[in-house]
Structures are given as C-alpha cells and as structure tokens.
Design a protein around this ligand. Structure first.
Ligand SMILES: Cc1ncc(C[n+]2csc(CCOP(=O)(O)OP(=O)(O)O)c2C)c(N)n1
Length: 729
C-alpha cells in the first residue's frame, strides 16, 4: 500500500538557493524521456523549488501548483504532448506543466502584462490544449477531443486515433455540474479517456458538500489506498475469489459489500473504471497507475491524493487555514523558501524607536470588505436575508457572514447554477437571498438567471464583485459582460455604485426592493475613500443624480482659444445654456473616471456636467432627456463592453424618445470596454492599453467638441479608440 503523501519526506531540499541540475536541461517534455524514476522524483522537487522561489517573489497561484509537481512530471514522462492531450481544469495548477513545456524561464512573467497567461492558453503553447480559467470544463473537453479523434481517424492531417487524452480536475472543480454531464456522456459512449481526480480536500477554501465528504471518506481511510486495485486486481474484473460467493448472496448484498470495499463504486455505476487512492506525490506510484489507466480502452478515473502547498511548510502544516491562505501568494511574500518577514508597521516601529509615528493615511477599504460587512448588517436587520457563495467565500467577502452568522451563510461549491436555483427556491419561500457571485462566474448560471429568476420575477439579489477589468487573472476573469447580458432581461433592476458608500446604500435598497430580481455590480479593489454611511439609506429605483453642473463661469472665463477650438464659450448650440456643452454620464466605476475627466476638461475651459446614472435598468429617462436637452454631447462611461451596455441603454432611451438620432440632435459618445477580450496585467496598464482613462476621455471629448465646431468628426487622438461610437453627429 502506498504511503499517504504527508508521510513523504524524500526528494531534494526545497529551501534556499537550490541547484536545479535536472530542470535546467528540460526544454520540453521530450527531455523527460530516459530519466530514471528517481530522477523524475528529483525533477518534481526542482519544479517545486522553482515555483516557490518565483511565485513567492512575483505572486500568483501557489498551493495548487505545489500539489501537482509530481503529477505533471509523471504525465509528461509517460505521454507525448501535444500529440497526447493533457487538459488542466481551471489551469491555476498548471504551472508545473508550463515549466516542463518550454516555459521554465518565463515563469517569472506569469500574470504580468505581456507575460505568461495566468491559466492555460491555446495562444501561448501547443501544449495548452484548451483555454481555461473557469472551473469544471476539462472532462467535457476531453470527451469531445477523444470522440473527435475517433470520428476523424484515418483522415489526412487528423490526429492519430490512438492519442491519449487526460483531464486533470480537482475535487473542488468536481463540484461543478458540467463535470458530471461529461462523466455521464463519457460513461455512455465508453470514451477511452483518463480523468485524474486531484483530491486535496480543498477548493480555494475547504471543499464543501456531500461529494467532498465522500472524497474525504475515501481519501482519509488508509485502508482504501489502492484497496480497489488490490481487491479487483485490475480495472475491469469483479472482485477476485469472492465474485462467485457474492453472486450467491444476491445482488443487493453483493453491492453493499462491494460499496464498503470499493470507494469508486459511484464511478463504476456510471461505467467508469476507478483506480485509487494513489499517492499524488509518489512519482513511481503515479506512473504505475497512469500507465494502467492509459492502456484501458474505456473511461478511467485515477483518484490521487495530494497536499495543497506540498513542500511549503506554512501551507502544508498550517492546516486548512494555511492551505487557504496559500492558495495564492502575494508578491514578495516568500524569501529563500520561507515567508518574508513583513516590516513592522510604521507606528509600532516608531514607538519602538521612541520616535513620533508618522502615519501614512489608511488605504480605502476594499469593495469586497465593505460589501461583506454591509451584508452582515443587513442580515442582522432582517432575519429573512441570507448570503450565498459558489466557493468564493473570502473572494466575495461572505467569509464575514460565515463567521458571524454561519446559519445564514451558504456555500454551494463551484456550482453557480445551483447557487441561483437555490436562491430561487429560497425566494419562493419568502427568504431574501443575496447571491454573491463574481460578474464573470455568473455567466455560467445565465439560464437560471433568465428562466428561473427573471421570468419568475423572484426577489433575488445578485451581488457581482469583480465587475470590470480584474487585472492579473485576465480575460477569463474580467467582469466585462454583465451589463449587456443582464440588461436585455425583463423584470430585472440593474444598478452600480460609484463608491463604497453607495454600495452600502444600494445593497440596502436591493434588500428593501420587493418586486423581482435586482443586481448590483462593483469593481475589484479599493474603494474611493468615501465615508461610509452610519445608517444605510435607500435610493429611489431608476433615478440617477447630477454630481457636477457645468459651470458657465468656466466657459465665460475661458476666452477664445483658451481651450482651442470648441472652447465652451464659443459653442454654436444657441438654444443651450452657455457653457453646457458636454455631459459625462457615468455608471458604477465609470463615474470616477467621468469626474476626473471633468476636472481636467474644466482646466481646458470646457465646461462639463457629470451625472451618475446609478441604474442601467430602469434607466432614468427623465434625467437623460434633460441632459440631452441641455448639452451638445453626451459621453457615457462604463467599465463593461459597449455592445449592449449602459451607453447603448442611454442611446436607446433617447432614440426612442426621439431625442437622439434626429438631425441636429444630441451626439452620444460611448466609452467602455472594446469588442475584444482584454489581456491580463495590472488594471492601470490595461486601462491605458484600451484607452479607458480620464486622460483619453479628455482627449476624445476635446476632439469631438472641436470636430463639431469645424464640422468634422475626428478620431480623438492617437491611442486606440476604446470602443466608441458617435451617434447623430
Ligand atoms: C466557474 C468558476 N467558479 C469559480 C472559480 C474560482 N476558483 C478558481 S480555483 C478554485 C478552486 C478549485 O479547487 P480544486 O479544483 O479542488 O483545485 P485546488 O486549488 O484545490 O487544487 C475556484 C473556486 C472558477 N475558476 N471557475
């Protein structure tokens, strides 16, 4: 019987400056051939050391990658990638795979602008077979790829039909329903693929649900390690020696005895062969099991036990908390293989030195934190309110509720569809569910949103964190589409706070609202520093507000030429009040950009009104009409795709009212995310790249105002048009 992974202490040291004698020679998977099993084990340790050193310095996904070093080595030593296909579910645990497939020296660029992609990327390497980032997709792809090979067998240029397909999926990702759909299909078709169930008991936080309990029972029972293989002696046969005796006992008793001994019975019932539990940190055991599984002409699952954070003591020995904390490493969090000592806080250091502390201003709180605290307060105010997360308890701030009121907190696992159906069911019983799901992950539950919540007009609150560009996690995680994909749905209310104070008020508003679904979106990261309300205040549904009136004084004081062509004092729209040429209408994080741009435009002598629309649906049609009547140019600013977004809502509203589109009507310029997938990198860089900055707004507004005067439409500067449209000019 194999030892449990935690018992192993062999392999190369992973501390300090390490010799990477083997890894240095690995430029691709072909270089693993010919290495002895001992060398492969050493290579896995060198990969681990490389990850600890590199990711500890630059930041990135961490614990899961330390858990897959041996697995990646074992797979690449047996398979011929990319002819054989290795699929990494999510891809956050694929760093060892990246290192072994020619990207060793670029690991230090991962998640950075222009650097390696955060997850697997088809554009990046032929060894990255599927694009990933969202969980639970690998088995479905594997079935399609293998069946595709079979369908095209013999065609010129087609993949050889005997190529192997392996999907690596974590126990967390296995909680996603779409994985089960694929298991059902593969079992039905008998598709010869191998699924490696990489079981560490963890999702980002400890894994949840009955499936996880089942995995735990199997994984934590040493008697069951390889028990299945020992009993059956292979993948397809019934228990040796006892089969005939069992037959006589009748099918029920046979099944229950088998279930006791056979941890994989569930799989077997679905026509999968089950192997496990295998020590996922023992290269020899892994290779032995995988070799057997790859030879079988049927779907096989290889259940392996790994440790999240293997080889890094604070994660490995820090229990569940340690593993959760080290799911990802912050930049500069590890030095010489151990956590970096954080410098003493200035106040403490100063006190120690007997000096007077010079305190830096405290940073504004994170939106996530504000949301989590506000939700707890709402739960205390109204006993009907509950919070739901899909495996993102700290990411959504729901960990605050979990700690304070665990009975009002629900984690459904990586199962966004179930999160929404569960919310719908709760709402039918008069509960007030808040489904806190990132903008990007709510995409997975779209039909539940459409069919089960909006059509039924149920009182479900959608709280979408990470709305807008999220940064390092890149295109799979940017919250780019929610305004567009929700705005087309009847019955729903859409709102977005411009700052953390408004977030508190909007959550309160959403929970007082009793006429169907209501959604709020807010960005990743720090708030604006707006003082939080002591008592949340409800706002009127469907109303925006003007935050800054174009000051005619600005226009008057700006003499001809002060702002170049189109200075406010010179504008031609005689029926408009002097100086009221441009109105910027922000939505959510777009408001901050609009206010900053207005300030700069005022400096150029261009008087600008700024409004916060607050609602994309129902939009404040009265306010829009008023702004259109009083200005020549309306500029909408939103951190979402333009197609079908907030700016489109403004245009549609005015067009339907006969205000836009007609000759001489107000012009509308939409500023937002472009019609393309935006790459990964720091948000400021990405905003710069796509032109979503106040400076670019200023350039474009100045150019558009000038264009109007001279009768031309200009492109508005050098950098890329960040998704823009000028209507009715
Ligand atoms: C659809 C979806 N929801 C949520 C996430 C966020 N997420 C990324 S990794 C992860 C945990 C995955 O757990 P597991 O598959 O067990 O891998 P481990 O990190 O434990 O190795 C989660 C919830 C995601 N990527 N996709």
């Amino acid at each position: 019987m194999s030892r449990k992974p935690t018992d192993r202490r062999d392999g190369a040291s992973v501390d300090g400056a390490r010799a990477r004698s083997l890894l240095e020679k690995i430029d691709g998977p072909q270089d693993l051939r010919g290495l002895s099993e001992q060398e492969l084990a050493q290579l896995a340790q060198e990969v681990r050391a490389h990850i600890i050193d590199t990711v500890g310095e630059i930041g990135g996904h961490f614990g899961a990658n330390l858990g897959t070093c041996e697995l990646a080595v074992a797979l690449h030593s047996l398979l011929e990638s990319p002819r054989d296909k290795i699929l990494w579910d999510v891809g956050h645990q694929a760093y060892p795979h990246k290192i072994l497939t020619g990207r060793r020296d670029r690991l230090a660029t991962i998640r950075q602008y222009g650097g390696l992609a955060p997850f697997c990327s088809r554009a990046e390497s032929p060894h990255d077979i599927m694009g990933a980032g969202h969980a639970s997709t690998s088995i479905g792809y594997a079935v399609g790829i293998k069946e595709g090979m079979r369908l095209r067998a013999g065609e010129t240029g087609a993949q050889a039909a005997d190529a192997k397909v392996v999907a690596v999926i974590g126990d967390g990702a296995m909680t996603g329903g779409v994985a089960f759909e694929a298991i059902g299909q593969a079992g039905g078709l008998g598709t010869p693929i191998v699924v490696v169930l990489n079981d560490n008991g963890m999702s980002i936080a400890p894994n949840v649900g009955a499936l996880s309990r089942y995995f735990n029972r199997v994984r934590l029972n040493p008697k069951l390690w390889r028990a299945r293989a020992d009993i059956e002696g292979g993948l397809t046969r019934l228990p040796i020696g006892i089969g005939a005796a069992f037959e006589r006992l009748g099918p029920h008793l046979k099944e229950s005895i088998k279930a006791f001994w056979a941890p994989g019975l569930w799989w077997e019932e679905l026509d999968w062969a089950y192997m496990g539990v295998i020590d996922g940190h023992d290269v020899r055991a892994l290779r032995e099991a995988l070799r057997e599984a790859l030879a079988a002409q049927r779907p096989v699952v290889v259940h392996i036990a790994t440790v999240k954070g293997k080889g890094f003591a604070p994660a490995e020995q820090g229990g569940l908390e340690g593993m959760e904390q080290w799911h990802a490493a912050k930049p500069n969090s590890i030095t010489n293989g151990v956590p970096t000592k954080t410098p003493a806080a200035p106040a403490r250091a100063a006190k120690r030195n007997g000096a007077r502390a010079k305190l830096a201003p405290a940073p504004a709180p994170q939106y996530t934190q504000v949301f989590g605290e506000a939700l707890l307060r709402e739960c205390r105010r109204d006993e009907r309110v509950v919070g739901i997360t899909a495996a993102m308890n700290s990411g959504t701030g729901l960990s605050i509720l979990q700690k304070a009121m665990p009975e009002r907190y629900f984690d459904v696992g990586i199962a966004e569809q179930q999160a929404i159906l569960f919310a719908a069911g709760l709402a039918l019983q008069g509960v007030k569910p808040v489904a806190a799901i990132y903008s990007t992950f709510l995409q997975r539950a779209y039909d539940q949103v459409v069919h089960d919540v909006c059509l039924q007009r149920l009182n479900v609150v959608f709280a979408m964190d990470r709305a807008g560009l999220v940064g390092d996690d890149g295109p799979t995680h940017h919250g780019a589409f929610d305004i567009a994909y929700l705005r087309c749905l009847p019955n729903i209310v859409l709102m977005a706070p411009r700052d953390e104070a408004m977030l508190v008020n909007m959550l309160h508003t959403a929970l007082l609202y009793d006429d169907g679904p209501i959604a709020l979106r807010y960005p990743r990261g720090e708030g604006t520093g707006a003082p939080l309300p002591l008592t949340p205040r409800a706002i009127t549904i469907g109303t925006g507000e003007i935050l800054r009136e174009a000051s005619p004084a600005v226009a008057a004081s700006a003499g001809p030429g002060a702002a170049g062509p189109g200075a406010a004092g010179e504008h031609a729209a005689g029926e408009h009040a002097a100086g009221r040429r441009v109105a910027l209408i922000g939505y959510g994080s777009g408001v901050g950009k609009a206010l900053a741009a207005a300030e700069q435009l005022a400096g150029l002598g261009i008087a600008v009104t700024v409004a916060d629309a607050r609602f994309a649906k129902p939009i404040d049609a009265g306010l829009m009409a008023q702004l259109a009547a009083e200005h020549d140019l309306l500029v909408t600013v939103e951190e979402g795709v333009l197609a079908g977004g907030f700016g489109s809502a403004v245009w549609e509203t005015l067009n339907d009212a006969g205000v836009a589109g007609a000759a001489g009507a107000v012009r509308i310029m939409r500023i937002g995310l472009p019609d393309e997938y935006v790459t990964h990198g720091k948000p400021a860089l990405l905003h710069e790249q796509i032109g979503f900055t106040s400076e670019r707004i200023v350039e474009r507004v100045a150019a558009a105002v000038g264009a109007r005067r001279s009768g031309r439409i200009t492109g508005g500067g050098q950098s890329r048009p960040a998704g823009s449209a000028i209507v009715g000019a």
